[in-house]
Design a protein. Structure first.
Lengths: 292, 126, 440
């Protein structure tokens, strides 16, 4: 019995000849916090919106709680929450009205939680949305997705406009959501440090393909920077298997290698006759190196 | 209780592993001492709770921590002395790696390094 | 001065389509001026000339929006004498676009003078008369176009029903007076001149003080929207929650017209047809607004369309009632021909139906094909209205056109329904640039 929240098989999406997503297969299990990384235009928003059935797949399929997301039934809709990149707030309403409006669509709405967060995050319920700043609007959008306690929470750049304090509060709230191990979160962000804190799984999207998907811990252990330093200049062509990038500076060769383990270390030592110095990388550096 | 650096190349669970081992080995954490709950720690450091429970789980498997139903994890009562020693030696491994690597790069022989080490040891005794 | 010239050029070339329109208007101006004095003036040439003259006006249609944006941005502070240049550029633009229509009008007048009478006057006298007429027409046109641009400002800066209603209000309530004077050849242009000077003076003053206005608190308190939520959540999200507000917005300019006693009955039906198309404008936003509904409401895409359709009909019934009542009142008041009501009622009903479904069809943003269709439909509706209203119009033709509209309505409904059943919300985003990027 497949208990995964989201399953995608060979998912592809093209908009009139332009291939935006290509052959994506992944799953989101209960308890996962998935961080989606990718350059602008890599297809992050398309991926997230297709998971929610906003757009039909042109190849493969994606299912939510076992149902095709394009034809999501009503009970599945109550179990998902979404924070879009561009908010869908109605300018004419007050924040309180907007919350009440959205709450009316759900059978279960935790008003106490929302109220507590409004106070903690400084969202003024009486303020009219057209007078709110971008940060306040974003906070409100996040609250709208949390109120019905969804099992699957999907967020598209949810903190782009928040200051560090607000971001930390948001992170703490996601930790709360993830704490019980039954709910899952998928979020995309440019703020790599946030993803580094929260995610246990990482998807790296590059030109519409899943360049990497796996545990964050394995990612950090598997992609490393290797330094080779010799007394004499090193031979012109050094073959370093699985190298993502290689730079040389006189006697110093720096290579970023993937799929690193003890076997790879021994192999490299054998090839070059030198003991490599291994430097582990922060997620942001990994991301930069993969796009060099 | 812990110092966690999410940006480090070392995964968070490993950082917790190393710190708990060090603290137990040095006596900072006495047997029976309570550790913060997964949720508490995750909230405090704003990190994924799964990574914390993974660390706790591994430490429990090692015998360093024990789970009490309904109550927070505590340091195991009687860590075996041998295990202690092995644990402590494990802590010093990375430092030894550094020394060996540096020595090789500087093209120093094993004897020269041991001599320097002995000298150092003597200095700190005084 | 080159900065001013560049600004003016920018107003005419804001988008690709508008650039061509401006060019077309320019060509029309040149060709029209050369050709008009020698052609036979009929309704057709009148309409063509009118449209040609209007092209330049529409080509610079985004000028109010651009000026408004620049006035409240830092551009105005950075550019030396920025405010003055902005003011001059706007003034020069309006002065330029006000030239074709009066020019055509004067030339048409000249063309209509029988050759026998024309022979009695010297060329110089003809030119003098022409210039006198032109001056009168020009000032009135200038004022009318100023008001038109104000209306466009409302319509383009607030792209919703409110903005549209305000724009229509301005058009109807204010442009009538000057246009009537043109038609009556009654140039009370002293008053008109003062009015024009007053308006531009007000604009210049606003421009001079504008940054101070930005931080100021709103003068009027906002109406509370809290009372609208109960039981109408779907309508609030869709935008159909306040039919009475839209109806009021339509009713106001109509009332003004009735009070002012505008006597050209021909255009009454035309304007009412225009109003019934307001619902189409609202419907065109349904697709992008329903985005927020997909994840919240329990309906599939098929059920969603059915609900959306029902919501719009509930909304439009009220507008229809207002518009039909007005039709009856106006017909009685101005002793319009008896056939206006039996022909007008189905026309208005069909007009509303057709424009609503056309709006609902727009599930991929506004594309050229749909925009063209919208314009064609609007013009046909208006043309049918004119035919229905005038004594000379052929009843059979009107009935035939009504049947065509009915068939068209059902085709449009079929298309809208099919499109909603496979609606792709990534293609009808509020952010048009993103949608355009995806569509390539």
């Amino acid at each position: 019995m497949n208990s995964a929240h989201v399953v995608a098989r060979s998912l592809g999406k093209s908009f009139s000849e332009k291939r935006v997503l290509d052959n994506l297969s992944f799953s989101v299990e209960p308890g996962d916090v998935v961080g989606v990384l990718g350059k602008n235009g890599a297809g992050k928003t398309t991926l997230l919106e297709m998971m929610l059935g906003f757009s039909p797949a042109t190849a493969g399929q994606v299912t939510l709680f076992g149902h095709d997301s394009y034809r999501m039934p009503a009970d599945v809709k109550t179990r998902v929450g979404f924070v879009p990149q561009q908010d869908e707030l109605l300018n004419a309403l007050t924040a309180g009205d907007q919350l009440r409006l959205i709450a009316s669509f759900y059978p279960r709405w935790d008003a106490a939680l929302v109220e507590r967060l409004c106070t903690a995050w400084g969202v003024n319920l009486g303020a009219r949305i057209r007078t709110m700043s971008v940060g306040e609007r974003q906070k409100l959008s996040i609250l709208l997705a949390l109120g019905h306690k969804p099992q699957l929470l999907i967020l598209d750049e949810p903190v782009a406009s928040l200051d560090p304090i607000a971001r930390r509060q948001f992170l703490e709230q996601i930790v709360e959501v993830a704490a019980d191990g039954e709910r899952s979160v998928v979020f995309s962000s440019h703020i790599v440090s946030d993803i580094e804190r929260l995610a246990n799984r990482i998807w790296i999207l590059k030109e519409g393909r899943l360049y990497w998907q796996g545990d964050l811990d394995s990612l950090k252990e598997s992609i490393v920077r290797v330094h080779l330093r010799g007394a004499t200049p090193l031979p012109e062509r050094i073959e370093i298997p699985n190298a993502v990038s290689v730079r040389r500076d006189g006697n110093h060769v720096v290579a970023v290698v993937r799929d690193w383990d003890d076997g790879a270390a021994r192999d490299l030592e054998r090839r070059t006759g030198m003991t490599p110095e291994v430097e582990t990388l922060a997620l942001e550096e990994i991301f930069l190196e993969l796009h060099r | 209780m812990f110092i966690l650096n999410p940006q480090s190349g070392t995964p968070i669970y490993k950082q917790i592993l190393e710190q708990v081992r060090r603290m137990v080995a040095s006596g900072q954490l006495q047997p029976g001492a309570e550790l913060p709950s997964v949720r508490e720690l995750a909230l405090k450091h704003a990190v994924n709770p799964m990574t914390i429970s993974r660390a706790y789980g591994l430490l429990e498997a090692e015998g360093l921590l024990e789970r009490n139903r309904g109550k927070p994890m505590t340091v195991a009562a009687q860590p075996r002395a041998n295990a202690q020693l092995a644990r402590r030696l494990e802590q010093i491994e990375p430092h030894l790696d550094h020394v060996v690597l540096a020595a090789r790069q500087l093209q120093l022989s094993e004897a020269e390094v041991v001599k320097a080490l002995r000298r150092k040891w003597g200095e700190t005794d005084e | 001065m080159s900065a001013v010239a560049r600004l003016v050029l920018a107003y005419f070339t804001r988008t690709h389509g508008l650039r061509w329109l401006s060019l077309g208007g320019l060509i029309a101006l040149v060709v029209g001026s050369a050709v008009l004095p020698y052609t036979v003036i009929s309704d057709l040439t009148g309409v063509v000339a009118f449209l040609g003259g209007l092209a330049l006006v529409v080509g610079a249609g985004l000028m109010p929006l651009m000026v408004g944006r620049m006035a409240t941005s830092h551009v105005i502070c950075v550019l030396p004498y920025g405010r003055l240049k902005l003011f001059l550029s706007a003034l020069i633009t309006v002065m330029l676009v006000s030239v074709p229509l009066p020019l055509f009008g004067v030339l048409a007048q000249i063309a209509q003078v029988p050759p026998s009478i024309a022979a009695q006057y010297t060329t110089w006298q003809v030119v003098k008369t022409g210039l006198y007429l032109f001056e009168a027409f020009y000032v009135t046109t200038f004022l009318a176009i100023t008001w038109l641009y104000i209306a466009l400002w409302f319509a383009t800066s607030e792209r919703n029903a409110r903005g549209l209603a305000k724009a229509l209000l301005v058009i109807i309530a204010v442009i009538y007076a000057p246009t009537q004077r043109i038609i009556d050849l009654d140039p009370k242009f002293h008053i008109t001149t003062w009015e024009a000077i007053l308006m531009w003076g007000a604009f210049g003053t606003w421009l001079a003080y504008v940054p101070g206005l930005r931080g100021r608190k709103r003068l009027l308190p906002e109406r509370s929207g809290a009372s609208n939520i109960s039981g109408q959540e779907f309508d609030v999200l869709l935008g159909t929650a306040r039919p009475w507000l839209v109806a009021l917005g339509i009713l106001f300019p109509i009332t003004v017209q009735v009070l002012v006693g505008y006597k050209l009955p021909n255009t009454w039906l035309m304007y009412l047809t225009l109003f019934s198309a307001v619902s189409g404008a609202l419907a065109s936003r349904a697709a992008e607004r329903s985005r927020a509904i997909w994840l919240r409401a329990r309906w599939s895409r098929e059920e969603l369309f059915a609900r959306v359709e029902t919501a719009f009909w509930k909304h439009n019934i009220i507008l229809l009632a207002v518009v039909l009542t007005t039709l009856v009142v106006v017909t009685r008041l101005y002793d319009l021909p008896a056939r206006v009501i039996p022909l007008g009622v189905p026309l208005l009903l069909l007009g509303m139906t057709v424009s609503t479904y056309l709006g609902l069809m727009m599930t991929r943003g506004l594309r050229w094909s749909e925009a063209t269709l919208a314009i064609v439909i609007m013009l046909s509706l208006m043309g049918t209205a004119v035919l229905a209203n005038s004594e000379r119009g052929d009843v059979r033709m009107v009935v035939g056109l009504l049947i065509v509209f009915a068939m068209g309505a059902s085709v449009l409904r079929f298309t809208a329904r099919a499109r909603w059943h496979r609606i792709d919300w990534m293609l009808c985003r509020a952010d048009r640039s993103e949608s355009a990027r995806l569509q390539g």
